[in-house]
Design a protein around this ligand. Structure first.
Ligand code: FES
Length: 154
């Protein structure tokens, strides 16, 4: 069941769109903000609120790679795997992240602290290699920088 806060926020979005379906991505983002991920139950609840089918909402959710359809950690690491970062040291960063976190892509650490995901260009190619943790962008990275950076996130 959607929470009162989620319903209020989605209702607010609905006031700004011509048809209910147009609020779908915002509704998904709102639920994810509250719960970190969007369960099947939440998809069904959003669908009911927006007068869509659950399959329609699910297809929107799966189109956007930053809408999470399974549980994720408290912090999301997006490691850029596009060409500039690839050339400038992506492989060593990925290797170091795997060593520190003991997880691969799409996995979450045992303490639920981090989920690691590959990501297309983060728009900072002149400072490659780069990654994002939540809203924070890190550039010109060396593998030895990673441990200290990760320590900031609990
Ligand atoms: S290729 Fe990594 S930021 Fe553009």
């Amino acid at each position: 069941m959607l929470s009162a806060i989620e319903i209020e926020k989605i209702s607010h979005e609905l006031r700004h769109v011509p048809v209910k379906k147009a609020a779908c991505i915002e509704a998904l983002k709102i639920v994810q903000q509250e719960r970190r991920w969007v369960s099947d139950e939440s998809v069904a609840d959003i669908a009911a609120m927006l007068e869509m089918s659950a399959a329609e909402v699910d297809s929107v959710a799966t189109f956007y790679n930053l809408i999470f359809r399974k549980p994720v950690g408290r912090h999301i690491i997006l490691l850029c795997d596009s060409i500039s970062c690839y050339v400038m040291g992506y492989t060593a960063l990925r290797q170091r992240l795997h060593e520190i976190l003991l997880i691969g892509y799409g996995q979450t650490t045992a303490d639920e602290r981090f989920t690691l995901l590959p990501n297309a260009c983060l728009g900072t190619c002149d400072h490659a290699p780069a990654l994002m943790i939540d809203e924070d962008l890190y550039r010109d990275l060396q593998p030895e920088d990673l441990e200290q950076i990760l320590e900031k996130y609990h």
